[in-house]
Ligand binder design. Structure first.
Ligand code: CTP
Length: 410
């Protein structure tokens, strides 16, 4: 069972946080609560303290009688630094309700209370559940703050639509019910990809001309590795087939090394039966030298002619032999023009469920860059993901792939 740090900020929905604490405790989780000063005008700390038997903290300068431990843990001998100790051992930090003011502070990295300093120092998964009046929620400032947090990997639990606190008002801004909040927390703890076997290919293949020269491409493997990393962090069982990638293996990921398109095809054929979701981010060479010299070629004469022959299309043959329940995602590097149209044709020709298209004519993104911007193309249409860190793009690709995978399983 998990150690959950709950941050409560000022809003009428703070009363729901009490029920959340009760449910989470009953489910076997261990909790500590930090409250903003204004949340204490809505609900008393004594309520949480009564359920948990541990003190609630508001100021980062307050002494914690439990010395940063969670209920049931042994107290350390020294007095720790409050806002660092609690988040250090927490498995997850949930801010519910997250008021407009607290969201603004979190988005801007302000650290002026126990809640905000702890949030800033927290390396565990962080979730926020915005709750406020619908006009405050849809104001561009709040929307931008929520988007900033999302971009930084904070999980945003969308508010529900319904009757709001102010008399007669109806709209989006309600804090989801405590049971719904607990479900989201447990998914985040488990990982929403738990139970899913994910195969990712990454990097660019090399086709030897001789023992020292090859035909290759500029794929760095960053996008594929970001996908593998996020999939593993979200609970999937992940293998990555890496073609000439000079990046460290993401934690918990099984790595298989390959060099040529033929190696990649072989490794994919071996791994494919045991996967539910394939993300083919590698850039296999489309052509290889008809033959490669066993010895280093010497510089002789006026030139060198290389005869190139096409390599096999790996995705096409994988999709031809895929079993039902397997979801196949291809990638397409298109150069300007009607890239989306060409990607849609590729989707059909290769028998894929989704194509991730990036426009390689935009030099700010792609290849060795840490950022990317892509368009996701499926039979249902396309959606554009604006320029963002590759890990954020990876999450969106995984979200859409998971959606398609689940739909196909229904
Ligand atoms: N791909 C593959 N086997 C190849 C070449 C590409 O499986 N021999 C996969 C890539 O990993 C990618 C997708 O096919 O997921 C699209 O690759 P791309 O090179 O854009 O498509 P091609 O079919 O090679 O089309 P073209 O080069 O004509 O645009």
């Amino acid at each position: 069972m998990a150690k959950i740090l709950l941050g409560v900020s000022g809003g009428i929905a703070a009363y729901k946080a009490v029920e959340f604490v009760r449910l989470a405790t009953a489910a076997g989780h261990s909790l500590r609560v930090v409250m903003t000063a204004s949340s204490r005008r809505f609900i008393g700390a004594a309520t949480f303290e009564g359920i948990l038997g541990s003190p609630v903290l508001t100021s980062e300068f307050e002494k914690d009688a439990m010395r940063g431990t969670f209920p049931g843990e042994e107290l350390p001998e020294h007095e720790p630094i409050g806002h660092l100790a609690l988040v250090e051992s927490a498995d997850l930090f949930l801010v519910a309700p997250a008021s407009a003011n607290t969201l603004a502070k979190l988005a801007h990295g302000q650290a002026d209370s126990m809640l905000t300093t702890s949030f800033l120092a927290c390396a565990a998964p962080r979730l926020v559940a915005p709750a406020m009046n619908d006009r405050m929620f849809s104001d561009p400032a709040t929307t931008a703050n929520i988007e900033t947090l999302r971009q930084r990997g904070v999980v945003v639990i969308d508010p529900a639509t319904g009757a709001l606190a102010s008399k007669g008002e109806y709209g989006v801004g309600r804090l989801p019910d405590p049971a719904g909040l607990l479900e989201r927390v447990e998914v985040a703890l488990r990982g929403d990809l738990s139970g899913l076997r994910v195969l990712v290919t990454a990097g660019g293949t090399r086709e030897p001309i001789d023992p020292v020269r090859f035909i290759g491409n500029r794929s760095s493997g960053r996008m594929g590795f970001a996908i593998a990393e996020r999939a593993a962090e979200r609970g999937a069982e992940v293998s990555v087939i890496a073609a000439n990638v000079a990046l460290p293996t993401p934690p918990g990921v099984n790595r298989i090394e390959v060099e040529t398109t033929a190696d990649l095809a072989g490794a994919c054929a071996d791994a494919m039966p045991g996967c539910d979701l394939l993300l083919m981010a590698a850039a296999p060479a489309d052509f290889r030298p008809a033959s490669s010299s066993a010895e280093k070629l010497q510089r002789e004469g006026d030139g060198l002619e290389l005869e190139l022959v096409p390599t096999a299309d790996i995705l096409e043959s994988l999709s031809a032999s895929a079993r039902s329940g397997q979801t196949l995602v291809g990638f397409a590097a298109e150069h300007g023009g009607d890239g989306e149209g060409r990607a849609a044709l590729k989707l059909r020709r290769k028998g894929l469920d989704l194509i991730v298209m990036n426009d390689v004519s935009d030099c700010r993104i792609g290849f060795d860059s840490r950022e990317n911007a892509v368009t996701l193309v499926s039979e249902k249409g396309s959606s554009r993901l604006d320029r963002a860190d590759k890990r954020v793009i990876a999450d969106r690709i995984l979200d859409r792939s998971l959606e398609i995978h689940r739909e196909s399983g229904d």
